[in-house]
Design a protein around this ligand. Structure first.
Ligand SMILES: NC(=O)c1ccc[n+]([C@@H]2O[C@H](COP(=O)([O-])OP(=O)(O)OC[C@H]3O[C@@H](n4cnc5c(N)ncnc54)[C@H](O)[C@@H]3O)[C@@H](O)[C@H]2O)c1
Length: 334
């Protein structure tokens, strides 16, 4: 018997990431090839015509799994009955704008959307915030949707995680699918800490997992250029494309939800921005990217990893930035 369709919300659906992600969701990339979906697409009034165009294209693409489309500028209608919410819509930083002004615009968007989700989403709705500042937008969403369990509100750092896998695969000339257990700690910003201390590569000679540090055998690169490349990758894409990353962001958001709902493979962890419980000395009450495994629709932070002094310093620096962002966001509420 075929499954009941799942309602998936994409906000900012007329934008770049929206345009890349809706066909992925409709093809089963996010929830699996046997899971029918109903897409809910939200955008703001100035993008209403463009949103209509995306709706037309979804119809034209005749996706067998797509059982319906709701395209709207009404946030309550968009949130009605959704089980998964991918929050891509937000206010971008424009030239000459102060950080506080951008934060203030996003705080008011995420405060309003939190209430709409709380009132209208299906029970157990899983939320991933993509729009920047992703961690802090997710935190505001959590604060203003108190009836949604904090564990259900996350932010996307899987793109950074995937970028780290790609850089290591390139360096050791392995397939990206053979590299695992990198970690992105902290903020989805240039202070994030991409950590390879526990990462491994499956080697082609005997299929054994070998440590990335041992295979790369170049600590100055791993502690220097590698980290900077992952941290600055977003800026490098903008420089090359004159637009920010969209297909990789969309694909990573699908990876994030798929692993959360369907589980991470045994022995593999992924990075997700989640509500800190104080693990690894990260202040509780921040949305911070940790290594997590997922099972039965729940994530848990991987515990017991050894943290050296180099890592400690970088993990604390990104936590400090997040605490400052949190304070700035709260100051916008007054
Ligand atoms: N976390 C990550 O890894 C990651 C990666 C890439 C981009 N991003 C962020 O994702 C966001 C979207 O990027 P994009 O390239 O698609 O931008 P975009 O400007 O192309 O699209 C954003 C869309 O959001 C809409 N929007 C604005 N306010 C809204 C609101 N209140 N409700 C609903 N929709 C609203 C806009 O009309 C627009 O269509 C940006 O904030 C970007 O910085 C995050």
């Amino acid at each position: 018997m075929s499954k009941d369709p799942v309602r998936v919300l994409v906000t900012g659906a007329a934008g770049q990431i929206g345009y890349a992600i809706v066909p992925m969701v409709a093809r089963g990339v996010m929830l699996g090839p046997d899971q029918p979906v109903i897409l809910h697409m939200l955008d703001i009034e100035p993008a209403a015509e463009a949103l209509k165009g995306v709706q037309m294209e979804l119809l034209d693409a005749a996706f067998p799994l797509l059982k319906g489309v709701v395209a709207t500028t009404d946030v309550a209608e968009a949130c009605k009955g959704v089980k998964v919410a991918v929050m891509v819509g937000g206010f971008p930083r424009k030239e000459g704008m102060e950080r506080k002004d951008v934060m203030s615009r996003n705080v008011s968007i995420y405060k309003a959307q939190a209430s709409a989700l709380e009132k209208n989403a299906a029970q157990g709705c899983k939320v991933v915030v993509v729009a920047n500042p992703a961690n802090t937008n997710a935190l505001i969403l959590k604060e203003f949707a108190p009836s949604i369990p904090p564990d259900n509100i996350t932010c996307l750092t899987r793109l950074d995680h995937n970028r780290a896998l790609g850089q290591i695969a390139g360096r050791v000339k392995a397939q990206v699918s053979d590299v695992k257990n990198v970690i992105i700690w902290g903020n989805h910003s240039s202070t994030q800490y991409p950590d390879v201390n526990h990462a491994t590569v499956r080697t082609s000679c005997n299929g054994e997992d070998r440590s990335v540090r041992e295979l790369v055998a170049d600590d100055p690169w791993l502690n220097g250029d590698f980290i900077a490349t992952v941290q600055q990758r977003g800026a490098a894409i903008i420089k090359a494309r004159k637009l920010s990353s969209a297909l990789s962001a969309a694909s990573s958001a699908c990876d994030h939800i798929r692993d959360w709902v369907l589980g991470t493979p045994k022995g593999t962890w992924v990075s997700m921005g989640v509500y800190s419980d104080g693990s690894y000395g990260v202040p509780a009450g921040l949305i911070y990217s940790f290594p997590v495994t997922c099972d039965n629709g729940k994530w848990s932070i991987v515990q017991g990893l050894r943290i050296d002094d180099f890592s400690r310093e970088k993990m604390d620096a990104t936590a400090k930035e997040l605490s400052e962002e949190k304070a700035l966001a709260y100051s916008c509420l007054n």
